[in-house]
Design a protein around this ligand. Structure first.
Ligand SMILES: *Cc1c(COP(=O)(O)O)cnc(C)c1O
Length: 365
Protein backbone atom coordinates (compact mmCIF):
# COMPACT_ATOMS: atom_id res chain seq x y z
CA UNK A 1 0.00 0.00 0.00
CA UNK A 2 1.31 3.45 -0.92
CA UNK A 3 0.13 5.65 1.92
CA UNK A 4 -1.10 9.13 1.09
CA UNK A 5 1.12 10.62 3.79
CA UNK A 6 3.49 8.61 6.00
CA UNK A 7 4.33 11.03 8.82
CA UNK A 8 6.39 8.48 10.72
CA UNK A 9 8.61 8.00 7.69
CA UNK A 10 8.80 11.76 7.11
CA UNK A 11 10.13 12.34 10.63
CA UNK A 12 12.34 9.24 10.81
CA UNK A 13 15.47 10.92 9.38
CA UNK A 14 15.30 13.46 12.21
CA UNK A 15 14.74 10.96 15.02
CA UNK A 16 18.10 11.31 16.77
CA UNK A 17 18.16 15.10 16.49
CA UNK A 18 14.57 15.38 17.74
CA UNK A 19 15.32 13.18 20.73
CA UNK A 20 18.36 15.30 21.57
CA UNK A 21 16.22 18.43 21.44
CA UNK A 22 13.62 16.86 23.73
CA UNK A 23 16.35 16.05 26.21
CA UNK A 24 17.77 19.56 25.97
CA UNK A 25 14.41 21.27 26.53
CA UNK A 26 13.58 18.89 29.35
CA UNK A 27 16.88 19.64 31.08
CA UNK A 28 16.56 23.38 30.50
CA UNK A 29 13.33 23.41 32.46
CA UNK A 30 12.01 26.43 30.50
CA UNK A 31 8.98 25.23 28.56
CA UNK A 32 7.12 28.38 27.42
CA UNK A 33 8.55 31.16 25.22
CA UNK A 34 12.17 30.25 25.81
CA UNK A 35 15.30 30.29 23.72
CA UNK A 36 14.13 27.72 21.15
CA UNK A 37 11.12 29.89 20.24
CA UNK A 38 13.38 32.95 19.96
CA UNK A 39 15.86 31.07 17.76
CA UNK A 40 13.10 29.66 15.55
CA UNK A 41 11.48 33.08 15.14
CA UNK A 42 14.81 34.46 14.01
CA UNK A 43 15.53 31.46 11.74
CA UNK A 44 12.12 31.50 10.08
CA UNK A 45 12.09 35.29 9.57
CA UNK A 46 15.48 34.84 7.91
CA UNK A 47 14.18 32.00 5.79
CA UNK A 48 11.16 34.00 4.58
CA UNK A 49 13.21 37.18 4.18
CA UNK A 50 10.96 39.16 6.52
CA UNK A 51 11.94 41.42 9.41
CA UNK A 52 9.77 39.64 11.95
CA UNK A 53 8.40 36.24 12.85
CA UNK A 54 6.12 35.58 15.82
CA UNK A 55 5.56 31.96 16.83
CA UNK A 56 1.95 31.15 17.71
CA UNK A 57 -0.17 28.15 18.62
CA UNK A 58 -1.34 27.12 15.13
CA UNK A 59 -2.06 28.42 11.63
CA UNK A 60 -5.62 29.42 12.43
CA UNK A 61 -4.50 31.60 15.34
CA UNK A 62 -1.80 33.14 13.15
CA UNK A 63 -4.54 34.41 10.82
CA UNK A 64 -6.83 35.52 13.65
CA UNK A 65 -3.99 37.37 15.37
CA UNK A 66 -3.10 39.28 12.19
CA UNK A 67 -6.71 40.48 11.90
CA UNK A 68 -7.02 41.27 15.61
CA UNK A 69 -3.77 43.22 15.57
CA UNK A 70 -4.94 45.30 12.61
CA UNK A 71 -8.16 46.01 14.51
CA UNK A 72 -6.09 47.03 17.54
CA UNK A 73 -4.06 49.37 15.33
CA UNK A 74 -7.22 50.91 13.85
CA UNK A 75 -6.47 49.65 10.32
CA UNK A 76 -9.46 47.28 10.38
CA UNK A 77 -12.79 47.61 12.15
CA UNK A 78 -15.38 45.12 13.26
CA UNK A 79 -17.73 44.47 10.32
CA UNK A 80 -15.17 45.28 7.59
CA UNK A 81 -15.18 42.98 4.58
CA UNK A 82 -12.29 40.71 3.65
CA UNK A 83 -12.00 39.16 0.17
CA UNK A 84 -11.12 35.45 0.28
CA UNK A 85 -11.14 32.63 -2.30
CA UNK A 86 -14.38 30.59 -2.26
CA UNK A 87 -12.49 27.27 -2.52
CA UNK A 88 -10.08 27.63 0.38
CA UNK A 89 -9.71 25.36 3.40
CA UNK A 90 -12.32 26.36 5.98
CA UNK A 91 -9.73 27.83 8.40
CA UNK A 92 -9.14 30.91 6.20
CA UNK A 93 -12.82 31.82 6.33
CA UNK A 94 -13.32 30.96 10.00
CA UNK A 95 -10.34 33.14 10.96
CA UNK A 96 -11.94 36.18 9.29
CA UNK A 97 -15.18 35.51 11.20
CA UNK A 98 -13.34 34.90 14.48
CA UNK A 99 -12.04 38.47 14.24
CA UNK A 100 -15.60 39.84 13.70
CA UNK A 101 -14.88 40.62 10.05
CA UNK A 102 -17.04 39.63 7.05
CA UNK A 103 -15.68 37.14 4.49
CA UNK A 104 -16.55 37.90 0.85
CA UNK A 105 -16.05 34.85 -1.37
CA UNK A 106 -14.44 35.13 -4.80
CA UNK A 107 -14.21 32.34 -7.38
CA UNK A 108 -10.83 30.74 -8.21
CA UNK A 109 -9.39 29.99 -11.64
CA UNK A 110 -10.11 26.42 -12.67
CA UNK A 111 -6.54 25.96 -13.97
CA UNK A 112 -4.59 27.15 -10.92
CA UNK A 113 -7.18 26.58 -8.15
CA UNK A 114 -6.13 30.03 -6.85
CA UNK A 115 -8.26 33.18 -6.53
CA UNK A 116 -9.10 34.78 -9.90
CA UNK A 117 -7.70 38.35 -9.71
CA UNK A 118 -10.03 39.47 -12.52
CA UNK A 119 -13.03 38.84 -10.27
CA UNK A 120 -11.81 40.75 -7.21
CA UNK A 121 -12.64 44.33 -8.22
CA UNK A 122 -16.36 43.66 -8.70
CA UNK A 123 -16.55 42.35 -5.11
CA UNK A 124 -14.87 45.42 -3.59
CA UNK A 125 -17.35 47.62 -1.67
CA UNK A 126 -16.90 50.64 0.57
CA UNK A 127 -16.54 48.20 3.50
CA UNK A 128 -13.82 46.09 1.87
CA UNK A 129 -10.52 46.59 3.69
CA UNK A 130 -8.39 43.52 2.98
CA UNK A 131 -7.69 40.60 0.68
CA UNK A 132 -6.76 37.26 2.25
CA UNK A 133 -4.94 35.33 -0.48
CA UNK A 134 -4.38 31.60 -0.09
CA UNK A 135 -1.48 29.89 -1.86
CA UNK A 136 -3.56 26.77 -2.29
CA UNK A 137 -1.85 23.37 -2.54
CA UNK A 138 1.53 25.17 -2.42
CA UNK A 139 1.20 27.36 -5.53
CA UNK A 140 1.54 31.11 -5.17
CA UNK A 141 -1.50 33.23 -5.95
CA UNK A 142 -1.08 35.86 -8.69
CA UNK A 143 0.43 38.41 -6.34
CA UNK A 144 1.43 41.06 -8.85
CA UNK A 145 -2.11 41.61 -10.10
CA UNK A 146 -3.57 41.24 -6.61
CA UNK A 147 -1.14 43.80 -5.17
CA UNK A 148 -2.06 46.28 -7.91
CA UNK A 149 -5.77 45.89 -7.11
CA UNK A 150 -5.02 46.28 -3.41
CA UNK A 151 -3.07 49.50 -3.95
CA UNK A 152 -5.82 50.94 -6.19
CA UNK A 153 -8.46 50.22 -3.55
CA UNK A 154 -6.34 50.89 -0.47
CA UNK A 155 -6.66 47.31 0.81
CA UNK A 156 -4.39 45.31 3.07
CA UNK A 157 -3.09 42.03 1.62
CA UNK A 158 -2.63 39.07 3.93
CA UNK A 159 -1.27 35.67 2.90
CA UNK A 160 -2.57 32.36 4.15
CA UNK A 161 0.72 30.57 3.48
CA UNK A 162 -0.18 27.45 5.47
CA UNK A 163 0.40 25.24 2.41
CA UNK A 164 3.25 27.16 0.81
CA UNK A 165 6.39 27.18 2.98
CA UNK A 166 9.29 28.11 0.72
CA UNK A 167 7.52 28.82 -2.58
CA UNK A 168 9.24 31.65 -4.41
CA UNK A 169 8.24 34.32 -6.91
CA UNK A 170 10.86 36.70 -8.35
CA UNK A 171 13.23 35.88 -5.49
CA UNK A 172 10.70 36.75 -2.81
CA UNK A 173 9.27 33.93 -0.76
CA UNK A 174 5.74 33.22 0.37
CA UNK A 175 5.19 35.19 3.55
CA UNK A 176 7.12 38.14 2.11
CA UNK A 177 4.64 39.02 -0.63
CA UNK A 178 2.09 40.98 1.43
CA UNK A 179 1.53 43.03 4.59
CA UNK A 180 1.55 39.94 6.82
CA UNK A 181 1.37 36.18 6.43
CA UNK A 182 0.21 33.20 8.43
CA UNK A 183 1.97 29.81 8.45
CA UNK A 184 0.89 26.51 9.98
CA UNK A 185 3.28 23.81 11.18
CA UNK A 186 0.58 21.16 11.51
CA UNK A 187 2.38 17.80 11.15
CA UNK A 188 1.35 17.21 7.51
CA UNK A 189 2.44 20.63 6.19
CA UNK A 190 5.67 21.05 4.20
CA UNK A 191 7.30 22.20 7.43
CA UNK A 192 5.55 20.32 10.21
CA UNK A 193 6.19 19.87 13.90
CA UNK A 194 5.06 17.00 16.15
CA UNK A 195 1.83 18.67 17.19
CA UNK A 196 0.26 22.07 16.57
CA UNK A 197 2.29 25.14 15.71
CA UNK A 198 2.09 28.31 13.66
CA UNK A 199 3.71 31.65 12.93
CA UNK A 200 3.07 35.14 11.62
CA UNK A 201 5.73 36.78 9.47
CA UNK A 202 5.72 40.46 8.50
CA UNK A 203 7.94 43.44 7.73
CA UNK A 204 5.62 45.70 9.76
CA UNK A 205 7.34 46.33 13.09
CA UNK A 206 4.29 47.92 14.70
CA UNK A 207 2.08 44.97 13.73
CA UNK A 208 4.69 42.46 14.94
CA UNK A 209 4.81 44.13 18.35
CA UNK A 210 1.04 43.97 18.79
CA UNK A 211 0.88 40.30 17.72
CA UNK A 212 3.74 39.40 20.05
CA UNK A 213 1.70 40.84 22.88
CA UNK A 214 -1.73 39.54 21.75
CA UNK A 215 -0.51 35.92 21.58
CA UNK A 216 0.48 36.12 25.25
CA UNK A 217 -2.67 37.56 26.89
CA UNK A 218 -1.93 41.04 25.52
CA UNK A 219 1.03 41.27 27.84
CA UNK A 220 4.69 42.04 27.17
CA UNK A 221 5.67 42.63 30.79
CA UNK A 222 4.41 39.89 33.09
CA UNK A 223 1.08 40.73 34.75
CA UNK A 224 0.76 44.01 32.81
CA UNK A 225 -1.91 43.76 30.11
CA UNK A 226 -1.91 46.31 27.34
CA UNK A 227 -4.40 44.57 25.03
CA UNK A 228 -7.26 42.08 25.28
CA UNK A 229 -5.16 39.15 24.13
CA UNK A 230 -5.41 35.39 23.91
CA UNK A 231 -3.16 32.46 24.79
CA UNK A 232 -1.60 31.25 21.55
CA UNK A 233 2.11 30.69 21.98
CA UNK A 234 4.31 28.42 19.90
CA UNK A 235 5.41 25.61 22.27
CA UNK A 236 9.08 25.66 23.22
CA UNK A 237 9.35 21.96 22.38
CA UNK A 238 7.67 22.35 18.98
CA UNK A 239 9.96 25.31 18.21
CA UNK A 240 12.94 23.10 19.11
CA UNK A 241 11.70 20.43 16.68
CA UNK A 242 11.14 23.05 13.97
CA UNK A 243 14.72 24.27 14.45
CA UNK A 244 15.84 20.73 13.61
CA UNK A 245 13.66 20.44 10.50
CA UNK A 246 13.81 23.94 8.95
CA UNK A 247 17.30 23.51 7.38
CA UNK A 248 15.97 20.60 5.26
CA UNK A 249 12.81 22.35 4.03
CA UNK A 250 14.28 23.45 0.69
CA UNK A 251 15.65 19.97 -0.04
CA UNK A 252 12.31 18.40 0.80
CA UNK A 253 10.51 20.89 -1.45
CA UNK A 254 12.92 20.00 -4.25
CA UNK A 255 11.96 16.32 -3.91
CA UNK A 256 8.28 17.29 -4.06
CA UNK A 257 8.95 19.24 -7.29
CA UNK A 258 10.86 16.31 -8.77
CA UNK A 259 7.90 14.01 -8.15
CA UNK A 260 5.50 16.62 -9.54
CA UNK A 261 7.62 16.96 -12.69
CA UNK A 262 7.48 13.20 -13.18
CA UNK A 263 3.71 13.05 -12.67
CA UNK A 264 3.23 15.92 -15.12
CA UNK A 265 5.35 14.41 -17.87
CA UNK A 266 4.52 10.73 -17.38
CA UNK A 267 0.81 10.59 -16.55
CA UNK A 268 -0.91 10.25 -19.91
CA UNK A 269 -4.62 9.62 -19.63
CA UNK A 270 -7.41 11.61 -21.31
CA UNK A 271 -9.63 11.10 -18.30
CA UNK A 272 -7.22 12.95 -16.02
CA UNK A 273 -6.56 16.70 -15.95
CA UNK A 274 -3.16 17.49 -14.47
CA UNK A 275 -2.46 20.62 -12.40
CA UNK A 276 -1.01 23.78 -13.95
CA UNK A 277 2.63 24.55 -13.16
CA UNK A 278 5.12 26.77 -15.01
CA UNK A 279 8.12 24.81 -13.62
CA UNK A 280 9.40 27.72 -11.52
CA UNK A 281 9.82 27.63 -7.76
CA UNK A 282 6.44 29.26 -7.27
CA UNK A 283 5.03 25.85 -6.36
CA UNK A 284 6.08 23.63 -3.45
CA UNK A 285 3.48 20.92 -4.08
CA UNK A 286 2.07 20.57 -0.61
CA UNK A 287 -0.49 18.62 -2.61
CA UNK A 288 -0.56 17.27 -6.18
CA UNK A 289 -4.17 17.76 -7.19
CA UNK A 290 -5.63 16.27 -10.38
CA UNK A 291 -9.19 16.55 -11.68
CA UNK A 292 -11.38 13.87 -13.19
CA UNK A 293 -15.08 13.43 -14.07
CA UNK A 294 -15.68 10.26 -12.04
CA UNK A 295 -13.59 11.17 -9.05
CA UNK A 296 -14.97 8.61 -6.61
CA UNK A 297 -14.57 5.82 -9.17
CA UNK A 298 -10.93 6.77 -9.79
CA UNK A 299 -10.26 6.98 -6.06
CA UNK A 300 -11.67 3.46 -5.55
CA UNK A 301 -9.69 2.13 -8.53
CA UNK A 302 -6.47 3.51 -7.06
CA UNK A 303 -7.28 2.12 -3.63
CA UNK A 304 -8.00 -1.31 -5.15
CA UNK A 305 -4.50 -1.09 -6.62
CA UNK A 306 -2.90 -0.15 -3.30
CA UNK A 307 -2.68 3.63 -3.75
CA UNK A 308 -4.19 5.87 -1.09
CA UNK A 309 -5.47 9.30 -2.19
CA UNK A 310 -7.35 12.14 -0.47
CA UNK A 311 -9.85 14.82 -1.47
CA UNK A 312 -8.96 18.46 -0.71
CA UNK A 313 -11.75 19.28 -0.18
CA UNK A 314 -15.02 17.38 -0.66
CA UNK A 315 -17.50 20.14 0.37
CA UNK A 316 -17.08 23.81 -0.63
CA UNK A 317 -17.26 26.26 2.30
CA UNK A 318 -20.48 27.92 1.05
CA UNK A 319 -22.23 24.54 1.11
CA UNK A 320 -21.16 23.63 4.64
CA UNK A 321 -23.89 23.27 7.25
CA UNK A 322 -22.06 25.75 9.48
CA UNK A 323 -22.60 28.50 6.88
CA UNK A 324 -26.34 28.03 6.37
CA UNK A 325 -26.85 31.63 5.17
CA UNK A 326 -24.55 30.88 2.21
CA UNK A 327 -26.05 27.54 1.20
CA UNK A 328 -28.26 29.11 -1.51
CA UNK A 329 -25.30 30.83 -3.18
CA UNK A 330 -23.78 29.51 -6.38
CA UNK A 331 -20.03 29.36 -7.13
CA UNK A 332 -19.83 27.13 -10.22
CA UNK A 333 -16.02 26.97 -10.53
CA UNK A 334 -15.60 26.26 -6.83
CA UNK A 335 -18.30 23.58 -6.98
CA UNK A 336 -16.72 21.97 -10.04
CA UNK A 337 -13.32 21.88 -8.31
CA UNK A 338 -14.74 20.30 -5.18
CA UNK A 339 -16.56 17.68 -7.24
CA UNK A 340 -13.56 16.71 -9.38
CA UNK A 341 -10.32 17.06 -7.38
CA UNK A 342 -8.23 14.16 -6.15
CA UNK A 343 -4.86 14.47 -4.39
CA UNK A 344 -2.19 11.93 -5.38
CA UNK A 345 0.49 10.81 -2.91
CA UNK A 346 3.44 13.23 -2.87
CA UNK A 347 5.99 13.63 -0.09
CA UNK A 348 9.73 13.95 0.49
CA UNK A 349 9.93 10.26 1.47
CA UNK A 350 8.10 8.86 -1.54
CA UNK A 351 10.44 6.65 -3.59
CA UNK A 352 10.87 6.80 -7.37
CA UNK A 353 9.60 3.18 -7.53
CA UNK A 354 6.41 4.32 -5.87
CA UNK A 355 6.10 7.16 -8.40
CA UNK A 356 6.61 4.61 -11.22
CA UNK A 357 3.82 2.51 -9.77
CA UNK A 358 1.33 5.39 -9.36
CA UNK A 359 2.04 6.54 -12.95
CA UNK A 360 1.59 3.08 -14.42
CA UNK A 361 -1.66 2.39 -12.55
CA UNK A 362 -3.05 5.79 -13.59
CA UNK A 363 -2.07 5.24 -17.22
CA UNK A 364 -3.92 1.90 -17.20
CA UNK A 365 -7.15 3.49 -15.89
C1 LIG B 1 -3.65 23.99 7.60
C2 LIG B 1 -4.26 25.25 7.12
C3 LIG B 1 -4.68 26.26 7.99
C4 LIG B 1 -4.76 26.11 9.47
O1 LIG B 1 -3.64 25.68 10.11
P1 LIG B 1 -3.75 24.96 11.56
O2 LIG B 1 -2.35 24.94 12.04
O3 LIG B 1 -4.34 23.61 11.33
O4 LIG B 1 -4.63 25.81 12.40
C5 LIG B 1 -5.13 27.45 7.45
N1 LIG B 1 -5.22 27.61 6.12
C6 LIG B 1 -4.87 26.66 5.25
C7 LIG B 1 -4.97 26.93 3.79
C8 LIG B 1 -4.40 25.43 5.72
O5 LIG B 1 -4.06 24.48 4.84
Amino acid sequence: MIQFLDLKKINAPYETALQEKLKLVLENGWYILGNEVKVFESNFANYCGTKHCIGVGNGFDALVLIFKAYIQLGKLQKGDEVIVPANTYIASILAIMQADLIPVLVEPKLETYNINPDLIQEKVSSKTKAILVVHLYGQLAEMEQITTIAIQNNLLVIEDAAQAHGSISDLRKSGNLSNAAAFSFYPGKNLGCLGDGGAVVTNDTELAKVIQSLRNYGSEVKYQNEFIGINSRLDELQAAFLNVKLPSLDDENTIRRTIAKRYLSEIKNDKIILPFWDFSENHVFHLFVIRTQNRNELQQYLLDNGIQTMIHYPIPPHQQKAFSTWNHLSFPITEKIHAEVLSLPISPVMTMDEVDFVVSILNQY
